[in-house]
Design a binder for this molecule. Sequence first.
Ligand SMILES: Nc1ncnc2c1ncn2[C@@H]1O[C@H](COP(=O)(O)OP(=O)(O)O)[C@@H](O)[C@H]1O
Ligand SMILES: [Mg+2]
Length: 425
Amino acid sequence: MEFPIGTASGFLNPNTMSDEDWENLRFECEQVFTPGTPIKQSELFAGRLPQIQKLTQRIRSPGSHAIVYGERGVGKSSLVNVFKFIADQNAARIQYVRVAGVAEDTFTSLFLKVFKRISSESPDGKRRKVADYYLEKEITADDVLLEFEEFSASVTPIIVIDEFDKISSRRVKEEVAETVKLISDEGANVTFFIVGIADSVADLIEGHESIDRAVAQVEMPRMNDQEIIEVIHTRIRGLGLKVTEDALWDCVFLSKGLPFYAHLLGLHACQTACDRKITLVDSSVIEEARSRAIGESNSTIRTNFDDAIHSERKENIFFPVLLACALAPKDVSGRFLAKDVATVLSDLMKQSYGVPAFSYHLDQFATHERGRMLEKLGTTRQFRFRFREALTEPYIILKGKESGLVTPEIEKKYGPTRQRDLFSA
Ligand SMILES: Nc1ncnc2c1ncn2[C@@H]1O[C@H](COP(=O)(O)OP(=O)(O)O)[C@@H](O)[C@H]1O
Ligand SMILES: [Mg+2]
């Protein structure tokens, strides 16, 4: 059953639209669906209340800090960006500074970026950028502490260091951790948010043990179904288009909780609608959007996939195992267990498979020869797997549909749990 959602007025009428109108609409799609660009306005930001709450607690207690970590494309930068507006409503005066780490950063170059964005009063009463005092000089942890101790007590500076994982020097990252520890011990009125791609805090910062107590660890999980729907639905509606429930659930199934893919699919879906000169986004539109997204986003996906399932022997199970991985239930960071793959594989093949029957295949998928589709995480007994590129999951599922292995029953069983009354509230 498919029916358009929402009865509010403000929908476009395709019969009265000129070619120019369609062209303008195409352009508007690119303004609201922005894969690859973090959100900068709070109106365009969906969900994430628990993470916002965690960060808000931090700025209420001076001298406390947070580390925000998670997968690429999960929404870390967007969270800290919009936090600026949310914090404004919660604290008297916030001075928000965001810098991004780059591979060649030293401790000095990193904090020089911060100091270029804050100012202080010099002895002659003029305001000068703090960086002006450090031209051609090394910056130490103590300098950072002193600068922030001098800060007016009525202002709470929030210093965001994004893309922390990009900094290649281990020592620099350690120094930052030590500095945060020092600032915390001395009770200076400044809050640091360190943000980067990582599976754990230990992954992001070596020597993190020393700051464990001084920082809140905010893991950025994948979005839940409702958050993904919010991302897509509000935008489609905002454009004056309609969308069917089935189309939205298709997007949930394909996005795998990553807002990046929700944006990518939404963009292609709305532009497909423009090309067809229709204002209803239904499952057939999503299907075309999916092919466009996969076709454009990464040509290596196809090559890696071919490498992964290649075999001289006809009776091999590389493809079903890979498909079972794509369908297997994932944790908040896209990780899955071999035992769950066994369940899916048994369902796909209609015969029982135990983990030993395919653990060789799983290991193979992590090798170069087989396209390095998976990464193996954790230690003995606790192994988990994850797709390196989340977009390979929908690609493999598409292949599974083509091959007939993914039947409607399988899709129903391993797809998102649909709540039909989601929009009536
Ligand atoms: N809460 C959100 N609501 C809507 N879109 C989001 C949200 N969080 C992230 N996005 C979108 O998802 C994509 C990835 O977000 P980004 O913040 O850059 O992720 P990360 O920094 O974790 O790599 C961007 O296109 C961004 O616009
Ligand atoms: Mg980012």
